[in-house]
Design a protein around this ligand. Structure first.
Ligand code: TYD
Ligand code: MG
Length: 482
């Protein structure tokens, strides 16, 4: 056996150093270097023996040479992506995020997991990753897709109990395995021959011949790349679950993200019931779409397009609360944005945002000070999006600005009014994209008026009884409070 060399790998960015350092010189993270031993032979052949054996079993001799070993002109290469039959996960909101093939871009058919692809599902512990994947696995099995669900954290009977709670137990095509050894998992996959292999979670999987502890960077990288290779070689879709660290990064983020085809992040506040599934990276679709779920006593329930998320359009005006139709991909969600101002100390005033961008909050406070004459320098300001959904749409600026102004002036906005628009540094209100979709959704959920940027040629969509109030700048917008 070749001599093992000791190296130090950064837990955060994956950079390799020859000696231990307190701070990673590549990404600047403190105390992130971890000792790892490096086997020169393994590096030479990253898809080592384990999966190699698989290839021999399942592929005719010489296939490797023909598959892609020589360069060919682009038009000679078969367009697999358009023809490939995707496997629906049976959960519409998840399929939407996984993407659909180009051929069916207009309809929602042929959406779901691409065979032979690797999907990484990341999220904080306890957010519902296992629940989501088990529900997806059960529903795929119900539709005749064979799934092997490998749990490295729970025993098979625990998984079964959970499946029973989620209302499924007798699917013939759903196989459960509780194991952490990669060699045994691959062996079982070879026996069962599933079309989808779920590994919950990748952090606990290890290879006994890699001299590093399970969960370490070396093991993680080695096991994940082998599973990805397995997916590519066998056509099995591999779905990996990865826990994220406290600061919201997947453990070893760079390491795993570049390996897989799709990275899905599962977000939400643990003590709120709403969950958002979002693609962070997707080789087979857009990263704009989001999927919405609600955590209930019996699993995750999809929130279809036709339902609103926030408890919107109440009858009583509320101070510091404004609703905005927020776009995410092709869907519009009405989100209530709240703000609170309280006495603080000049020079040490707190500004906290939850579910909103804190830089955006700071900018809007400055705009209010400069262009609307509000004195906020000694006020603590808290802002949040109700329901725990993260808002990144710039068109939510106007709603946030009005919420702060409303909290500060103690004047509420009419509860049947929503606000759409981006706010510029000069205090001007700018138009938002996909305005028709936003107005339609607002009208559908019972809003009567929409506050928006002044622009020519904008009409309320047909059939939508919605009054458009066009405002040019921050002052005019604030006049609408009261
Ligand atoms: P889990 O899927 O195990 O989270 P993860 O795999 O991301 O660590 O479950 C998350 C939480 O969801 C758990 O604390 C309990 C809750 N839960 C429900 O509210 N209803 C349910 O039906 C299930 C299965 C879980
Ligand atoms: Mg879990």
């Amino acid at each position: 056996m070749a001599k093992l060399k000791t190296l130090f790998v950064c837990r955060s960015c994956g950079a390799v150093q020859n000696r231990w350092l307190g701070k990673c010189p590549d990404c600047g993270t403190w105390d992130s270097l971890e000792e790892a031993s490096h086997d020169p032979n393994a590096a030479r052949d990253p898809q080592a023996a384990l999966v190699g054996a698989w290839t021999e079993l399942t592929e005719p001799k010489g296939a490797e040479v023909e598959s892609g070993a020589h360069a060919r002109p682009i038009h000679d290469i078969a367009d697999d992506e358009a023809n490939v039959e995707r496997m629906s996960s049976g959960i519409h909101e998840l399929d939407r995020v996984l993407g659909k093939s180009r051929a069916s871009a207009a309809s929602s058919e042929n959406a779901g997991v691409v065979p032979g692809s690797a999907v990484l599902v990341g999220g904080e512990p306890g957010i519902g990753k296992s629940t989501l994947l088990l529900q997806a696995a059960a529903s795929m099995a119900r539709h005749g897709t064979r799934v092997l669900y490998v749990s490295s954290e729970e025993s098979a009977s625990q998984v079964r109990q959970r499946a029973v709670r989620l209302g499924s137990q007798s699917e013939k095509e759903l196989f459960l395995l509780s194991d952490t050894n990669l060699a045994r998992i691959v062996e079982q996959a070879r026996r069962v021959m599933p079309r989808v292999l779920v590994i919950d979670s990748i952090q606990m999987i290890y290879r006994s011949d890699v001299p590093a502890a399970p969960g370490s960077i070396t093991q993680l990288r080695r096991c994940a790349s082998e599973l990805v290779y397995l997916a590519k070689k066998s056509g099995i879709a591999v779905m990996l679950v990865g826990h994220v660290t406290k600061d919201g990064q997947l453990a070893g983020p760079r390491l795993l993200e570049h390996l897989v085809d799709t990275v899905i992040s599962f977000e939400g506040e643990r003590y709120h019931q709403h969950r958002v599934v979002r693609a962070v990276k997707n080789r087979f679709g857009t990263t704009l779409e989001i999927g919405l779920f609600e955590m209930t006593g019996d699993g995750l329930r999809e929130i279809p397009d036709s339902a609103g998320v926030s408890p919107v359009s109440g009858t009583e005006p509320r101070i510091g609360s404004v609703v905005c139709p927020v776009m995410s991909g092709s869907r519009c969600v009405l989100i209530e944005i709240q703000a609170l101002t309280a006495t603080g100390f000049l020079g040490a005033a707190k500004r906290k945002a939850s579910g909103l961008d804190s830089n955006r909050l700071a900018m809007l406070i400055a705009v209010l000070e400069q262009h609307a004459g509000l004195r906020l320098a000694d006020r603590d300001i808290f802002a949040s999006s109700v329901g725990g959904l993260r808002v990144v749409d710039p068109a939510s600026d106007l709603a946030l600005l009005l919420a702060i102004a409303s909290a500060q002036t103690r004047k509420a906005i009419d509860p049947a009014t929503c606000a759409i628009g981006e706010v510029g540094l000069g205090g001007e209100i700018r138009g938002a994209s996909q305005i028709d979709a936003r107005l339609l959704e607002a009208a559908r959920l019972g809003f009567k008026r929409a506050l928006m940027a002044k622009s020519i040629g904008i009409h309320a969509p047909k059939n939508a009884r919605l009054e458009l109030v066009q405002v040019k700048n921050v002052d005019q917008a604030i006049e609408q409070l009261g």
